[in-house]
Design a protein around this ligand. Structure first.
Ligand code: FES
Length: 123
């Protein structure tokens, strides 16, 4: 089954509209049509391909790097997701989803590390 996909690329201001099949990863299908979208690991881990889902439904069962809570807030990692309806997507701001998913926890861990006053090799 084919689904209509509209994408607003916030980096370039461009809008795209195309169709993707429901049995291929969304990113793979869009790249096959010549769209140049952000991606890195292509394995649902790094959040580089994250999109804001303005409308529609994706199957994100294979995604590892995005919590169910962030998925429910309207984010998707399209390298590891399948369209399950027509979609309206928007690229994220740089590192927006990475910070939400990982960065804030790394920052907390660093603070705790300083609080513990663990010795460093160079201390
Ligand atoms: S490219 Fe890394 S999560 Fe999609």
């Amino acid at each position: 089954m084919l689904y209509r996909v509209r994408i607003h690329d916030r980096r370039t201001g461009q809008d795209y509209e195309t169709q993707v099949p429901g049995d291929h990863y969304v990113l793979e299908s869009l790249e096959g049509l010549g769209l140049n979208l952000p991606a890195a690991c292509r394995n649902g881990c790094c959040t580089t391909c994250a999109m804001r889902v303005r409308s529609g439904t994706l199957d994100q069962r294979e995604v590892m790097g995005l919590s169910p809570a962030l998925q429910a807030e309207g984010y998707a990692l399209i390298c590891s997701s399948y369209a399950r309806s027509d979609l309206e997507l928007e690229t994220q701001d740089e590192d927006e989803v990475y910070h939400l998913q990982f960065g804030r926890y790394f920052a907390q861990a660093r603070r705790r590390w300083w609080q513990w006053r663990l010795p460093l090799d160079h201390d």
